[in-house]
Design a protein around this ligand. Sequence first.
Ligand code: TYM
Length: 364
Amino acid sequence: MKDNDSLSKPKPVILTCAQPTGMLTIGNYLGAVRNWADMLQRHECYFGIVDLHAITTPPQPAVLRQNVFQCVAQYVACGLDPDKCHQFAQSHVVGHTELAWVLTCLTPVGELQRMTQFKDKVAKLGFKTAETESTDGEIKFSHEGARAQASINAGLLCYPVLMAADILLYNADLVPVGEDQRQHLELCRDLAQRFNHQYSKTFVIPEPYVPKTGSRIMSLADPTRKMSKSDDHHRATLFILDEPDQIRKKIASAVTDSESEIRANSDKPGISNLLIIHSGLSGRPVPELEDHFSGKGYGELKSELTELVSETLAPIRTRYQELIADREYLKSILSRGAEAAQKRANKNLSKVYRKVGFPERTRK
Ligand code: TYM
């Protein structure tokens, strides 16, 4: 890292990650990556591309490999200067799965079965959650669900423990994430406290950082659901690499309501979502936007937002095209990132191993 401040007192450590599942969405951008870029100056930053997590729903190997490079190219295109932060592939750093195992042994199975994202994934695979959940929140696999059960691998269940290990391996002070990761962060904090209590103080208890605006961007096709990379509806998700024509079509067909007033309110989820995206990109608070659009129609909001999204994403798309063509440069970013990450990981993992009681390895 080229930074003059690195000689003064240590900066707080930030760790956060995204899954390499192809293109980042405007939700990933507003809820996560854009905010990370603002933190580079005042923090020591580790940004992971979590390919180990990605195989809980395994993509084609060649696709996964390509997705990791696409992810780092998008990180850099969104402003994560690789000279000011460490960007690494999770599989390049030894310690994530090792620490995850130690933490797994401190985690009751029931706690994992109660995680919202796990229950959502189970439901997506063919279970009706209400029918499969007992009163204590434990998932009961019904006979009819036996076929779907075969697709629920233990990795999906243990996912949040690996995520906790990602954070604790770096003893991160702060973890910037979108709203959907809050529960995972809570589990991570609990596990850190449990370990500290059982073996003496080892881990910093990490604080979540969830942005005020944009922490939960909703689907354009169904604004009661979170915008996600894997939505089947072709106009539900705005990707940061979408061309202007795609942006225009998606925003034009965004679901709104039968009224005409431009106002953010829980009974107007579609309009609220468009205002929040506008606010996240323009930096103008939602009440100011409500005034600005007072007396105007939904069409005007949509066309102004289309312009704003297109303008914001154009330089990102251009930079991405340059970066993705330069595989050697992307490899060098990951290689430097992994080296720095490994250094920090080694220090923390050996401390954990010592506390747990694993014998020290002697070298001749
Ligand atoms: P992932 O890859 O789903 O998302 C990456 C980041 O984007 C945020 N995000 C959103 N923010 C606002 N609106 C949305 N619609 C939206 N969709 C996604 C996420 O909150 C996240 O911050 N489990 C994590 C990856 C992970 C991780 C970690 C994160 C693994 N280990 C350690 C932090 C620390 C995930 O699947 O993120």
